[in-house]
Structure formats: C-alpha cells, structure tokens
Design a protein around this ligand. Sequence first.
Ligand code: BES
Ligand code: ZN
Length: 544
Amino acid sequence: MILDSRDLSIKGVSLDNGIATSFSIADPIEFMGSKFTIQIQPGTQKVNITYATSPDAAALQWLDPSQTAGGKKPFLFTQSQAILARTWIPLQDSPGIKFTYNATIKCPNDLMALMSAENDTTIHADGIYKFKMPQPISSYLMALSVGDLQFRSLGDNCGVFAEPSMIDKSAWEFADLKKMITSAEELYGPYAWGRYDVLVLPPSFPFGGMENPRITFATPTIIAGDRSLVALVAHELAHSWSGNLVTNATWNDFWLNEGFTVYFETRIMEKIYGKAYADMLTLLSLGELKETIDAMGDTSKDTHLYLDLAGRDPDEGVSDIAYEKGRFFLTSIEMAIGRERWDAFVNNYFSTYAFQSMDTKSFLEYLEKELIKGDSKLREQINANAWVYGPGLPANCPVITSVELEKAGKAAADFKSGNPAKSLNTSEWTTHHWMYFLRNLNDSLDLKKMTELDATFNFTNSGNSEIQCEWYQHAIASNYEVAFPAMEKFLLHVGRRKFLKPIYSELAKTPSGLERGRAIYKKARPGYHAVATQTIDAILKWEL
Ligand code: BES
Ligand code: ZN
C-alpha cells in the first residue's frame, strides 16, 4: 500500500490486530513529500500507523494565545488544500480519491475541538471529542481546529463557532446563513451534508474561506460589521455541491471546483440580495480577471481553464483563471441557452456525480451529451474548446455592466479630473462602490490627492479589510507615509494571503519599499501560516 506523507515521523506500522509489518519512506521530493510504502498481506483488513507530525507541518498552524482574539488560550487549525493533508495524516492525497472517517481527538479540557465531520456544539469537560464523517470526502477536505470556541445557532441545522469575544459579531454578520442554504437548495438540490456551520478563525488564517465539509473555516476579516463581505460564505456553502459533492479529479481540473462555485455563489447572492448587487460583485471580479490575464500574458498556458501542473506545486494553479474565467465560461453557456435549461443541466450534473469526482474531459462529454446534443450551432456558440484549452478570454465572454458601480466609476473620473473629494456623492455607497472607486483611481494619485481623500473619507483608519487592502496599495505607490503605521498594523495582524500578496508586491516595486516590506515581514512572518509565507518569501526574496 502506498501513501503520501510529508514531514511525518513514522514510529511503527502494524496490520490488523497488531502484526508488525515492514514499511519504507522514500527520500522527500520538494512539496510532494515522501512516498510511504507499507507491506500488506492478502486479506489485510486494517493498517495501524503510529506517527507524529513535525512542529512546522505545513497544514498546521499552532497559535500562541497572543494570536487569538481572546489572547488567553492557544489555538490550532489545519489547512489541507491542496496537498497539505499529507503533512498531518499519512493518506492517499489526491482529490479524486474519497473516504469516510472516524476520529477521536484529545485536547486540553478548556478547549473545544471541531472537525470536517459531525460536530457537537458544546464543550466536553474531559477534552475528548469523537467525530464521524459518514459521507466520502477527498483528503484536501480533512480539517481540525482546536481553541476556545463557542457556538451560536443561526437557525435549523446551521450556526457559527467563534471565540467568545467574536461570537456576537459573527452571529450578527452571518444572520442570513439559513437563507443562503435555502436559496442554494432551491437552485441546485438538497444540501447533502446534514449541518452547515461556519467557524470564524483567528486572523492568521491564510485564506478567505475553506469549504471543509459541514464546517466552513473562515477568516475574521469578513466580519466587517455591515454584512458587506458575506458573499464569501455563499461561496464556501456553494462548494457543498461543486467541489465537496462533485470533486475535481485532479488539480488540473481545479476550475471545475472553483469556476462552478463562483458561478453558484453569484446565483445565491442574486437570489437573496438582487441582481444589482450580484452585478457589482461580478463586474469587480471581471476587472480582477482581466488584470490577471494581462499579468500572465494572454498567450500563457496558465490562462487555460484546463491546467498543466505537471511537476509543479498545485498551489500555483490557484488564480483568477480557475475562479473567474471558469465562472464566465459557465455564465456564457447560461446566456446561450437560457437559465431554465442551464439550471436543469446543473441540477442533473450534481445529482448524477454526487460523491464522485469529475475531470475536464468527462465534463465536456457530459455537456455534449446532455446539453449540446449534436446541435452544431450551439456547440460553436458555446465554443468550449476555446475556453478550456485556449488562452485569455474568448470572444463570447459575457459583457457585464453595473449601474451601481458606474456611479463609483464616474466619481473616480470626476475626482481625477479635479473635482474635490467633498463634492462626490457617496452617501449611499457600500464596500463594493468604494473598492471600485479606489481601483479606478489607478496610479493617478499624488500626495495632495491622497491627503484630500483621506481627510474626506478616512480610508487609513477604515475597519474594512477590502478597503484597507486597496488603500494601502495606493499609499505605497504614492509614498503617502501617513498610512504606513496603519498598514504595518494590518500586515502584523492579518495573515490572509489575498491581502498580503498585493501589498507586499506593491512594496517590492521600489528599493525603499522593499526595505520597508522586509522590515515589516521580519516581525510579521512568525505569525503567518506556511501557505502565506511560501508566497511572500518569493515576493520579498526572503532567505531563511
Ligand atoms: N477552496 C478555496 C481555498 C483554497 C483553494 C485553498 C486552493 C487552497 C488551495 C476556497 O473555497 C476559496 O476559494 N476561498 C477564497 C474565497 C472565495 C470567496 C473566492 C479565498 O480564500 O479568498
Ligand atoms: Zn472556492
């Protein structure tokens, strides 16, 4: 039997009821780890492995009390996607392989343990927690978290876990959770996993969210106080169908997970908050996608939906291509055939392949068989090959307009052409108007304009992580030093890679910025998760 392992110390392996057996651990290969070969016998029913993880296992982040909201108790969380599960469990670490599991976790008795499984919502005085995941899942969905946690119900079969000081704010922010589940089920069929809860993690969590089955792990940076960043929860919930139920067979097929999920997320948002709101999200994303394609070069093979990650860390496949090009491909099909036919197709797709995996080629065959059905005009119109096996954005990419964001775009143009900040009509604006406004100012800002904007809108002290991220990039580009202390505080506090990457990249553009960036990173790095340091080390050319 061959398993994946990385940085594990294997103490012993036995078969069935304790018959010792031989095993070998191959020399490690960068990011893949070591092939772990176990001698089994015909008829072997059970393999018992005694092992320990390494203190710097890439999936695990062990937090000091000072890195938590409460500041008093330590915290542990895992992040297994894409191929980090092997750093805490020896297993077959490929998304196309599924298994059920049972687990017993013993932790300090003032802490609570949660897994991607059936969870109790109360603390156990003996510190022992038993978990059962009866439905088959892929290894990248293995998850564990231990900390000073509390639970709050948000309706039938759903709720939120958070540290005590975050629980009220979290429950308020996610008040629409039940509505999201109901909307998702109305769109694409019954939720297959029993409960759906969200766990709000400490700020070093390197992602926005992670769709661990039954319990989404989420960054606290979406607790904005105005519910403006909850699309992320719709996204992770949508993965309960696209990804967790029908799973990308390999990481080259990653767009099947993320493209479908962004599409589904947007449909949930549209259903609950209306089309004008969904259009804002979609137009912002289209802008990001175009920037990503520009940066990669529109002939780059990494802009194909079907990726070629041979010999590379699958983490390199995580880009707007899978998410946004994937979503716009699906949106373009919807537009070609109409929502009703498309939704029926997607419903069938999820129910036909539930608890299985899917690769790109099989998906395109299914599309042909169930939807195109030999209609050559439709096949041409959809142009799947250009989307999946070709670069950049095909000509039938949907055109997105947003009446709301146009207002913010116009305000940005007005400001650039000399209108005072005070004269802009921003009274009804939401987070997304501000993001669009800030993005449309490009590199046009001098110190005087930065000072004026800050005096009028107080961006430097914004409590909204998305706005902070946009603003600090401008501050770096225009050397607006007033914002630097707040930026440093943000970088020391938040470990979400999506924010760290653009800010450190902007800093790295000039020698003095790079020096500042490295000085901040030196202090911040010990508090970041391995997933984040891997990316930022490269940006800052950090040597260990
Ligand atoms: N499954 C991803 C996170 C992920 C992808 C982790 C690949 C490791 C490798 C999750 O669903 C996700 O996409 N999170 C996004 C938020 C989303 C709203 C786009 C994130 O973390 O920013
Ligand atoms: Zn996702």
